[in-house]
Design a protein around this ligand. Structure first.
Ligand code: ADP
Length: 437
C-alpha cells in the first residue's frame, strides 16, 4: 500500500473514531452531521487544489512552487522536482545543439539542410555566401527557387549524387567556382555541401599552362637540333659547314640547359625553407661579383657605373640575393643597345636598404610591366631569344624577393630605359662600420 492510500485510510479511521465518540456523547444525528461536514470540507479542499493544479499545468511558472499542507504539498513538490529535472535535460540538449551549430558554422564548407520537399531547413553562413542565401529570410523556401542555376536544378532532380557538381560563375562577381555535393539522409532529407574551389582551379590551370609552356620552350630548340642532326646525316658537308652546324647545335643545347637550370632554381626556391633572418649577407662580395659579371657580359659595349654604400648589408640567403640582383643587372645589359649606360646603386632609403639598376635601354611598354615576373613572359620574344634569355629570370627574382619580404618596383619608358628597384624591409637591413681597405 502506498502512502496516499495509507493517509486516506488513517484519516477515514480517525473520522470514524471521532464520529463514534460524538455519537456516544451527543447522539447519532450530531455524529452524522460532523462526518458530513468533514467530508464536505475535505472535498472543497481537494477541488480547490485540483483547480490550482489545473491552472498551474496550463501556465506553469518555472521555479514557483505553490505551498499546501499534506498530500497536495507533496504533489506540488514532486511536480517541481520533475520540472527541474526536465529543465536540466532541455538545457543540456540546447547546449549540445548550439555547440553542434557552432561547429557547422566554423566549417570552411557551406552546409545546407533540405527537408523532404527540398525546402531549406537550415544553412550555415558559408552556404549563405556561396549560394547568395539568407538563412532567416529563405527558410522553408524551395532551394531551386533561390539557386536557379540550370546545372544545379538538374543535379538536384537527377537523384544521382555519387559525383560532385562543379558550378562556375558564382559569387558577387560571378568569378567563383564551387564544388557541390548532395548527401541524402533521414527520411528523404538532403544535406548540401559546398566548397569554394576557385583558388584550386586557378592553380590547376596555372600548372597546366606551365607544363604547356615548358614543353613549348624545350620543343623549339629540340626541333632545331633534330633538324641539324638530320641535315648532317643526309648531306655531305665540308669542314667549315660542319663546324658551323655543330656550333649552332651547341647553342640550342645550351639554351635547353639554361631553361632546365632555371626551372630547377625555381623548384628549389619553392621548396626551400625561408631564408635566415639572422645571417648578414657579405654584400661587399656580392657587389664585387655583380661588377665583375657585368663587365664580362658587356665586354666593354656599355658604360657601367656602381654607386654603393659598403657599410650597408641585409640578412638572408647570399646565393639567392646574388642570383636575384644578378638577374636585374644582366637584364639591364642584355636589353640596352651598345653604347648605352647602366648604373647600379646600393643605398639606404628611408631607413631600409634599396638596390636599383637604371639603364638607357629599350624600355618596357606600361601594359607589360605587371606581367614581367610571370614565368616565360617576354616583351619581345625574339629579342629575349637573341640575348639568350629563358623568360624565367624575373620569375626567379620575384620568388627570391618574396622570400626576403622585399618589394620590386619597375619604372620604364619605351625607347628611353628602365629602373628596377628592390626595396628590402627595415628588419632585414643592417648597417656596419666600414671595414678598413
Ligand atoms: P628573359 O630571360 O627573357 O630576359 P626575364 O624574366 O628576365 O626573361 O625578363 C622578362 C622580360 O622582361 C624580358 O623578356 C624582357 O622583354 C623584359 N625585360 C626585363 N628586363 C628588362 C630591361 N632592363 N629592359 C627592357 N626589358 C626588360
Amino acid at each position: 500500500m502506498n502512502i496516499i492510500w495509507a493517509r486516506s485510510l488513517v484519516s477515514l479511521v480517525l473520522l470514524a473514531i471521532a464520529s463514534a465518540a460524538i455519537g456516544a456523547f451527543a447522539g447519532v444525528k450530531w455524529a452524522l452531521a460532523f462526518a458530513l461536514a468533514v467530508l464536505v470540507v475535505q472535498s472543497l479542499f481537494g477541488t480547490y487544489h485540483t483547480e490550482r493544479l489545473w491552472r498551474l499545468l496550463d501556465a506553469p511558472v518555472y521555479g514557483q512552487v505553490p505551498s499546501a499542507p499534506g498530500v497536495w504539498g507533496e504533489i506540488y513538490y514532486r511536480l517541481h522536482k520533475l520540472a527541474k529535472r526536465w529543465h536540466a535535460q532541455v538545457r543540456q540538449v540546447e547546449q549540445q545543439h548550439s555547440r553542434f551549430i557552432q561547429a557547422i558554422q566554423a566549417s570552411p564548407n557551406g552546409v545546407a539542410m533540405l527537408d523532404d520537399h527540398d525546402q531549406i531547413e537550415w544553412c550555415n553562413a558559408i552556404a549563405e555566401e556561396h549560394f547568395g542565401l539568407d538563412a532567416k529570410r529563405d527558410l522553408r523556401q524551395h532551394i531551386t527557387h533561390l539557386v536557379r542555376h540550370p546545372e544545379f536544378v538538374r543535379y538536384l532532380n537527377s537523384h544521382r549524387y555519387e559525383q560532385m557538381l562543379v558550378m562556375r560563375g558564382m559569387g558577387d562577381k560571378r568569378q567563383n567556382v564551387l564544388s557541390v555535393q548532395v548527401f541524402p539522409y533521414g527520411e528523404n532529407r538532403k544535406l548540401v555541401l559546398s566548397a569554394d574551389i576557385t583558388e584550386l582551379e586557378r592553380t590547376d590551370s596555372m600548372r597546366r599552362d606551365f607544363v604547356a609552356n615548358v614543353s613549348h620552350e624545350l620543343k623549339t630548340p629540340l626541333t632545331v637540333l633534330s633538324g641539324f642532326l638530320e641535315t648532317m646525316r643526309e648531306l655531305p658537308l665540308d669542314e667549315a659547314d660542319r663546324a658551323r652546324y655543330l656550333e649552332l647545335m651547341e647553342q640550342q643545347a645550351s639554351r635547353m640547359r639554361h631553361i632546365v637550370d632555371d626551372l630547377l632554381v625555381l623548384a628549389k626556391l619553392e621548396g626551400d625553407a625561408k631564408p635566415p633572418s639572422d645571417h648578414a649577407v657579405d654584400m661587399i662580395a656580392v657587389l664585387r661579383h655583380l661588377r665583375e659579371d657585368a663587365a664580362t657580359l658587356s665586354g666593354g659595349r656599355h658604360q657601367i657605373a656602381f654607386d654603393t654604400d659598403d657599410s650597408l648589408t641585409v640578412t638572408g640567403a647570399e646565393t639567392e640575393i646574388l642570383s636575384a640582383l644578378g638577374n636585374l643587372v644582366t637584364n639591364a645589359i642584355r636589353y640596352t643597345p651598345d653604347g648605352g649606360s647602366i648604373r647600379v646603386e646600393w643605398r639606404l632609403i628611408g631607413g631600409a636598404a634599396a638596390f636599383s639598376v637604371t639603364d638607357t635601354g629599350f624600355g618596357i611598354p606600361a601594359a607589360d610591366i605587371p606581367r614581367l615576373t610571370e614565368r616565360f613572359y617576354r616583351v619581345d620574344r625574339s629579342r629575349s631569344r637573341d640575348t639568350g634569355g629563358t623568360g624565367l629570370g624575373l620569375a626567379i627574382v620575384k620568388h627570391v624577393l618574396q622570400r626576403h619580404d622585399c618589394l620590386l618596383d619597375v619604372k620604364s619608358e619605351e625607347g628611353r630605359g628602365s629602373v628596377f628597384t628592390v626595396r628590402f624591409p627595415a628588419q632585414r637591413t643592417v648597417r656596419r662600420q666600414p671595414q678598413p681597405a
